[in-house]
Design a protein around this ligand. Structure first.
Ligand code: GRF
Length: 189
């Protein structure tokens, strides 16, 4: 397959964005990030894209009267950049029918729990508060639900000894940064 063009959707820090960009630079992943789409103008991920000269589109959902109207705007941009895949990395909005229809089976998300356990916000804290012994992450296709799409890959670990929430979070993120680029490399073969 020729190198796919990907758009990364992110709302936050962007460590997964950086892990994917690094994997591309180091030729562990054959793809091109043609666009970062971000719905928060103060998100740290924006700087990470700018440092790498990756185009950034920032939008404010409140400027649009519906999900359909901002997704129509995003779709026009995605088409302009010939984007093949939408890669969600900490994007804090549900994807609507406009993008789901245009990118059928071409939208992927990473979630920090062993789905179907702990969907939604603060998944790591949910698992920590539930005193889980085993933690893990999931990479899945996106459908209209909240973290409900078909699972592509999962990885887990059982921490030894007493752990803090911060310690668990660090281990989870490290695992994400390994598994996301690896899984995308498999998917794009
Ligand atoms: C990650 O934990 C990811 O699983 C979740 O949001 C977080 C994004 O972190 N969907 P970052 O912005 O990539 O650092």
């Amino acid at each position: 397959m020729t190198k796919p063009n990907i758009a990364i959707f992110a709302s936050g820090t962007g460590t997964n964005f950086a892990a994917i960009a690094d994997a591309i630079d180091e030729r562990r992943l054959s793809a091109q990030i043609t666009l970062l789409i971000c719905d928060r103008k103060d998100a740290a991920v924006i700087q990470k894209a700018e440092e790498r000269q990756i185009p950034v589109l920032v939008f404010n959902a409140k400027d649009y009267d519906s999900k359909n109207s901002y997704e129509q705007m995003l779709l026009a941009e995605l088409e302009k950049y010939n984007v093949d895949w939408l890669i969600l990395a900490g994007y804090m909005r549900l994807i609507g029918q406009t993008l789901l229809t245009a990118y059928d089976k071409k939208i992927v998300n990473i979630h920090p729990s062993l789905l179907p356990k702990f969907p939604g916000k603060d998944a790591i804290k949910q698992a920590f508060d539930a005193k889980e012994k085993t933690y893990g992450i999931t990479i899945h296709y996106v459908d209209e639900g909240m973290d409900t799409g078909e699972i592509i890959a999962q990885a887990s670990f059982t921490p030894k000894g007493l752990q803090t929430l911060t310690g668990i979070e660090n281990m989870m993120h490290q695992l994400e940064h390994e598994l996301y680029p690896q899984t995308l490399a498999e998917l794009f073969k």
